[in-house]
Structure formats: structure tokens, C-alpha cells
Unconditional design. Structure first.
Length: 447
């Protein structure tokens, strides 16, 4: 068994590259999750929930502006036939740098109105300083994209881990000294700076220069304009809903929500990274070389991912309260009930993810953007309506409406083209919805 696994990992084929990429992603993210959980447990004992609530608001604006200006340069490098061309890569890097500067300026412009809207004066300074993260990230080596294209993620994983370890060390140290949100801000900026530096020192050397080749820009913008809209809607319907939560609940409840979100996002992000690191490059390669194999590849990915992932999310939902009670002090007890619902939302979201990766690999970023718009709109409306019907629990459950709609729209595209496994999809969806109803009834009776 060991010899067979070693042979598979060393195999010079798409399967071998996918296995190596998946192994590095799983190892890296697993260690990241352990580090993140450990630091979270320490920091929640030093800092008050309000600090996490303030940081989550600042991050949602910086990440929101960043994602809403995302032209998909990395996706373009991965899927383009010119993904190894130096002029194309230099143009992609130039766009990346310009975008980083734009994000920082726009975030600073939004800082004052945001602070006034939420009645949090400190948010203005925090947001301005935190926005520097976008400028730093903009100078990341374009080799981050080319290594993803070639599914060579070893050094990239080590870079991410090193930056996270530095970030955690600084956060804990400054939290002890300052006991304020600035500990979180300093750690976040330090992580971005180290990641950028190491991307130039450790990855494949590339002679970065400011170039905007017309053909390259046309290709990147042509594909990326719809990726931008898609990313914007994805953010609004996902992490961006934190801005809506901030208008509905007090800052301490928002901080508790941030704790539960950190836990469930660890699982969601692992799956998303595996899909982005393995499925998307594999789909793109199959489409470039042998389109007829796409249905087989898609069903193989879904069959392997879905059963394990959905069981994982449902398992987290069932043990959510004991888990929170064990890990955190009584100030964060509400996070257990919230996590139980969030985990089921994650199960619904993962159902649609492979179909969405196929849309992008096919270059159909326009349809992907339309799906994400409908999902975001439904999620926001569901969040607001759920809050007024069922308070905090209804607010979280309302987000599941957008996830369910995203699955329906994405799957319908695949069904019409013969890519989908109808029996598997409906069986899993019905099981998730049954557990969803059971969870809401249980929380209602306990309230």
C-alpha cells in the first residue's frame, strides 16, 4: 500500500500532479487550521468579543473592496494557453500591483463613512491601516500563479505557513501588551509582508517588470470582467454579509459570530483550496487537451469530495455546542447554536462548488457571475427576513437560501450538458434539508 501510494505521488501525469497538489494543500491547510484554532483559543482569552467584532468589520471592508476589484489574474494564468509567456505574466503582475494600490485608496475613502455608519470611531483608523495589506499583496510574485497552474504547491504551502506562524506570534505578543484590536491588525499586516517577500525569494525566479501588453490585457480583462462580478457577488453573499450582520446585531454578538465563523470557515476553506488547487487546474487541462473527458473528471471529483465533505459538515453541526463549550469560555456559548446552522450552510455551498469550478474552467465567467448574483441577492434577503422572523438563528439560516439557489442554478447548467449525477445530488440535498429542519426545531425548543 505504501509503495503504491509513493508510486502514485511520483507519477508524471495529471493524476500524479493532482495527488501531489492535493497532498500539499491538505497538509498545509491542516496545519494552518491547527495554528489558527490554537491562536484563536489563546486570543479569545486575552481580548474581549468586541475586539473580534471590530476586526471582522474592518476585514469585511478591506476584503470586500479587494475581491470586488478582482480581475482574476491568477485564474487567467492558470487557464490561458499563454500562461507561460513572459509578456503575458508581466502584464498580469502589473495589473495585480495596480489593483492593490486601487484597493488601498478605495478602502481608505470608505473608512470614515463606515465608521460613522456603525458608530465605531476606532474603525476609521483600523480600516485605513489594515488596507495597506492590499498594496503589499499586490507585489506578490506572479510565480504564485504559475506554480498553481503547474500544480506545484510545495514551496507555496511552506510560504503560507511561515507567514501565518509569524502573524500568530505577533498577534499573541501584542495582545498581551496592548490588549486591543491593534494586535490583530499588526499580525495580519506582518503575514502579508512576509508572504510577499518569500514569494520572490523561494519560488521560481521571474523578471518582474511593469508591462501592459495589449493582447494580454485584452484577454485578462475580457475573462476577468466577469470574474470580477462573480467574485463580488460571491463575497457579498458570503463574507460580505458580515456588514449586514453588523447592522442587525450588537458588536459583542458579532464577535461571537466571528468565533463560530472561524471554525466552520476552516473546513470550508480547506475544501475550497483543494478544489482551486486540484480541480480547477485539472478541469482546465482536460478542457484544453480533451474536452470529451470533462464529464468523467467532474463526476470523479464530485463523488470523492461530496460524500466526505457533507458528512464532515453534518458532523460538525451535530457536535457544535459541546465543541464550543469545550473550547471557549461562557462568553462565547451562543456560538455553538450558530455554528450548528452555519455548518449546514457550508454543506449546501459545497454542493455547488465543483459545478462552479467547471464554469470558470470553460471560460463561462459570465454565467458564473449571474449565478453568484442570484445567490448573493437571495442570501441577503434571506438574512434580513430571517432576522425579523427568528432573530439571530433566523439570520444565519437565511444565508442558506442563497447557497441552495446557487446549487440549483449551477447544477441545472451541468444537467443540461450531461455533466451531473442527478441521483447523488438530490439524495444529498434531501438529507441536508432534513437535518436542517431537525436542527432549527431543536434550537427553537431549547430557546
Amino acid at each position: 500500500m505504501r509503495q503504491r501510494l509513493t508510486a502514485l505521488l511520483q507519477e508524471q501525469s495529471l493524476r500524479g500532479a493532482s495527488l501531489r497538489s492535493g497532498a500539499w494543500t491538505f497538509f498545509g491547510f491542516g496545519l494552518q487550521a491547527v495554528l489558527r484554532l490554537g491562536s484563536n483559543l489563546i486570543l479569545t482569552r486575552i481580548l474581549a468579543p468586541e475586539m473580534f467584532g471590530l476586526m471582522s468589520l474592518a476585514l469585511v471592508f478591506v476584503l470586500g473592496v479587494s475581491l470586488m476589484s478582482d480581475l482574476g489574474t491568477k485564474h487567467s494564468v492558470i487557464r490561458s494557453s499563454r500562461g507561460e509567456d513572459t509578456d503575458f505574466l508581466a502584464s498580469a503582475w502589473t495589473i495585480q500591483v495596480l489593483r492593490g494600490a486601487f484597493v488601498t485608496l478605495l478602502a481608505c475613502a470608505l473608512a470614515w463613512p463606515a465608521a460613522q455608519a456603525y458608530g465605531q470611531p476606532e474603525l476609521f483608523v483600523v480600516l485605513c491601516v489594515l488596507s495597506l495589506m492590499a498594496v503589499i499583496d499586490g507585489f506578490n510574485s506572479i510565480s504564485m500563479a504559475t506554480t498553481s497552474r503547474n500544480m506545484e504547491l510545495g514551496r507555496q504551502t511552506l510560504i503560507t505557513l511561515a507567514s501565518q506562524i509569524l502573524s500568530i506570534a505577533l498577534m499573541i505578543g501584542f495582545a498581551i501588551v496592548l490588549e486591543s484590536v491593534w494586535a490583530l491588525v499588526i499580525g495580519t499586516l506582518a503575514a502579508s509582508a512576509l508572504k510577499t517577500l518569500l514569494s520572490h525569494l523561494l519560488l521560481t525566479p521571474f523578471k518582474h517588470r511593469f508591462v501592459l501588453e495589449r493582447a494580454a490585457v485584452r484577454e485578462i480583462i475580457g475573462f476577468g470582467q466577469w470574474v470580477l462580478l462573480s467574485t463580488m457577488f460571491t463575497f457579498i453573499g458570503g463574507r460580505g454579509i458580515t456588514a449586514v450582520h453588523g447592522a442587525l446585531v450588537p458588536l459583542d454578538i458579532l464577535g461571537v459570530l466571528a468565533v463560530s465563523t472561524t471554525l466552520i470557515r476552516a473546513l470550508e476553506d480547506l475544501i475550497a483550496k483543494l478544489l482551486a488547487a486540484v480541480a480547477f487546474p485539472a478541469f482546465s487541462k482536460v478542457i484544453r487537451e480533451n474536452l470529451e473527458d470533462l464529464p468523467t473528471m467532474l463526476n470523479r471529483v464530485r463523488n470523492r469530495f461530496l460524500t466526505v465533505c457533507v458528512i464532515g459538515f453534518c458532523g460538525v453541526s451535530m457536535i457544535a455546542q459541546p465543541l464550543i463549550d469545550f473550547l471557549y469560555d461562557p462568553r462565547y456559548a451562543l456560538a455553538g447554536s450558530i455554528l450548528a446552522i452555519q455548518a449546514l450552510n457550508g454543506a449546501l455551498r459545497i454542493m455547488a462548488a465543483p459545478y462552479q469550478e467547471v464554469l470558470l474552467a470553460l471560460g463561462n465567467s459570465r454565467l458564473h457571475a449571474a449565478v453568484m448574483f442570484c445567490s448573493a441577492a437571495a442570501g441577503i434577503l434571506g438574512t434580513i427576513a430571517g432576522f425579523y422572523f427568528y432573530d439571530v438563528f433566523g439570520m444565519i439560516a437565511g444565508m442558506g437560501v442563497g447557497a441552495l439557489l446557487a446549487f440549483g442554478l449551477s447544477a441545472s447548467f451541468a444537467w443540461r450538458r450531461g455533466y451531473a449525477n442527478l441521483t447523488l445530488d438530490f439524495t444529498i440535498i434531501l438529507a441536508i434539508l432534513f437535518l436542517y429542519a431537525h436542527t432549527l426545531l431543536r434550537l427553537s425548543s431549547a430557546a
